[in-house]
Design a protein around this ligand. Structure first.
Ligand code: HEM
Length: 552
């Protein structure tokens, strides 16, 4: 079990040189301003039409005066952003940007992940791209990403700009804060989660209990088709809810259902072109209609729900006997209420709680859905996992964490699901916190950095058949479990997902208990199951599906 600070990576030979195939040598000087000018409003409209469909683009077709004002406004915002991010340094090469649009022309027509991966083939494993006015250094491939996140972990530990979250959290949670605030909130949260059993036996018992409720729900489907989204999310979310709010919710409790609906909807919007475009042009999208507006309503609803629970906690707080994460945070707030520099106040409580709920719900639920699809597509893999469960655990008790060491095949399958599904394909954005020499370049302080975890998980130097689902990637010649340093679904280094121990426990116990009791059956032929994601943005979303579970 990886602990919070445990970094799975070990050095590897075979560095991927920065002068990769076709790498252009026309390095941009640091902060060199875009040199082209926008020719015509039509160009912007075409791009809008491409991303959002003609309806929205038509909405942008306003009269000349307002268009000119809007473009002027955008130019000012764009230039101010570009100028503020200027710094000294020798930036990696990359495509030439246009003012305002940056490299949008090179990125359009496909999702951002595919476009960025394509550019890395042309410009190498370290390149610079402008997402609208924002300058970003993109890193790809295991060796490069590992050198940044692990070998230069401190320098790359900043959180990069992520407007869809930042506009809501205002830098107050763990996930989207920086500097001292991030360090303090992260240390505190890890400590409290550990006190409430994360990575220990006590949380394992909660997962086992919640797992048995989930099995009950699955049994009630009586072999009929169902959509797994809410059934899985409710159960997974209840684990982190019980740590945050002190107890689990019944599955039909309106609070739990509201949390799931908001989080699920937002994860979908953030994984769509709308989420991506909001991150590139937040000021523009704030003016336009679209699903991104629902995202902020959902955020507001979540905040209100958490705030209500905090008020209830305040009314019954006993500092000597904290019941949950919120009690611990409130107690810390009371201890530091005279300190004007304290990071413990209502906003950080609400946003940190939100980060934990968001992180602890949709990621695991999405991974489970990918796992279901994969196991149905490859029934022989499913059968072999079941055979191992029967042999090691039997049918008379639920699987527990201790069993994992004796179940190398199952362990390998779960790792391979996480590699193949690649749930957070572009990681959350990082930022260099000081001028950072990197692979012959100098990345100026404050530059955002995207680490394409997708290119790590699909790195052919690290995995024999990266495009295939192949549990052998995590098995040695003796069929014992084999770690891979390029397994990074939780990222690596200082910002490593702080829920990793919890998530790994959940995935193991849930999947093994389900397969111990049921066989998963698709409604279509296995070969017709499409494993390619429905959309890729913040998350790689699996295609919607129904399945039947039959008691074994
Ligand atoms: C399969 C499940 C999960 C996956 C794939 C996952 C993945 C990730 C990734 C890729 C990051 C970004 C790391 C970086 O910036 O380098 C992250 C951060 C984070 N995750 Fe998870 N996560 C999972 C489960 C969880 C759970 C269960 C929790 C809650 C307990 C959680 C809470 C967080 C938080 C709070 C952060 C922000 C850390 C920081 O900025 O310091 N995650 N996660």
């Amino acid at each position: 079990m990886g602990s919070e600070e445990e970094i799975q990576l070990t050095g590897r030979a075979g560095q991927r040189g920065r002068a990769e195939e076709g790498c252009r040598q026309d390095n941009l000087r640091a902060g060199a301003p875009p040199t082209h000018t926008l020719q015509h409003t039509q160009e912007l409209q075409n791009i809008l039409a491409e991303y959002w469909g003609t309806g929205t683009a038509a909405a942008f077709n306003m009269d000349g005066v307002s268009t000119a004002i809007l473009l002027l406004l955008l130019a000012v915002i764009s230039l101010s952003l570009t100028f503020t991010s200027w710094g000294k340094g020798q930036l990696p090469p990359g495509p030439k940007p246009l003012p305002i649009l940056g490299n949008l022309l090179q990125l359009r027509s496909q999702d951002l992940l595919t476009s960025l991966t394509k550019l890395s083939k042309k410009y190498g494993s370290v390149y610079t791209v402008y997402l609208g006015p924002r300058r970003v250094v993109v890193l790809s491939g295991y060796q490069t990403v590992k050198e940044a996140l692990v070998d230069k972990g401190e320098e790359f530990s900043g959180r990069g700009s992520y407007p869809v979250f930042f506009n809501f959290t205002k830098g107050n949670g763990i996930a989207f804060s920086n500097g001292e605030r991030w360090k303090v909130l992260r240390r505190f949260s890890v400590q409290i989660l550990r006190n409430f059993g994360m990575g220990k036996r006590s949380i394992e018992e909660r997962i086992l209990e919640e797992g048995s409720f989930l099995l009950e729900v699955l049994r009630k489907t009586e072999g009929k088709p169902f959509d797994p989204v809410f059934i899985l999310s409710r159960s997974v979310s209840n684990i982190i809810c019980s740590v945050i709010f002190g107890s689990r919710f019944d599955y039909d409790d309106e609070r739990l259902l509201t949390i799931i609906r908001f989080i699920n909807d937002n994860f979908q919007i953030m994984s769509s072109p709308w989420g991506e475009m909001y991150n590139i042009f937040p000021s523009l999208l704030d003016w336009l209609p679209g699903p991104h507006r629902r995202m902020f309503r959902n955020f507001g609803g979540m905040k209100e729900l958490i705030a209500r629970s905090v008020r209830e906690h305040q009314d019954s707080l006993d500092p000597d006997s904290p019941r949950d994460f919120i009690d611990c945070f409130l107690t810390k707030m009371a201890q530091e209420n005279k300190d004007p520099l304290s990071h413990f106040h209502m906003d950080t409580l609400l946003m940190t709680t939100h980060n934990l709920l968001f992180g602890g719900t949709e990621t695991v639920g999405t991974t489970m859905r990918h796992a279901f699809l994969i196991l149905m597509k490859y029934p022989k893999v499913q059968a072999r996992v079941q055979e191992e469960i029967d042999r090691v655990v039997g049918r008379s008790r639920m699987p527990c964490l201790e069993d994992r060491a004796n179940m190398p095949y199952t362990d390998a399958v779960i790792h391979e699901v996480q590699r193949f599904a690649d749930v957070i394909p572009m990681n959350l954005p990082h930022q260099v916190i000081r001028d950072t020499p990197f692979r012959g370049f100098l990345i100026p302080k404050g530059t955002d950095v995207i680490t394409l975890l997708n290119t790590v998980h699909y790195d052919s130097k690290q995995f024999k058949t990266p495009q295939e689902f192949n549990p052998e990637h995590f098995l040695d010649a003796n069929q014992s479990f084999k770690k891979s340093p390029a397994f990074m679904p939780f990222s690596a280094g200082r910002r490593l997902c702080l829920g990793e121990p919890l998530a790994r426990m959940e995935l193991f116990i849930y999947l093994t208990s389900i397969l111990q009791n049921f066989t998963l059956h698709p409604l279509v032929e296995p070969e017709d199951i499409d494993l390619t994601p429905l959309s890729s943005g913040l998350g790689n979303l699996p295609r919607p599906f129904q399945l039947c579970v039959r008691v074994r």
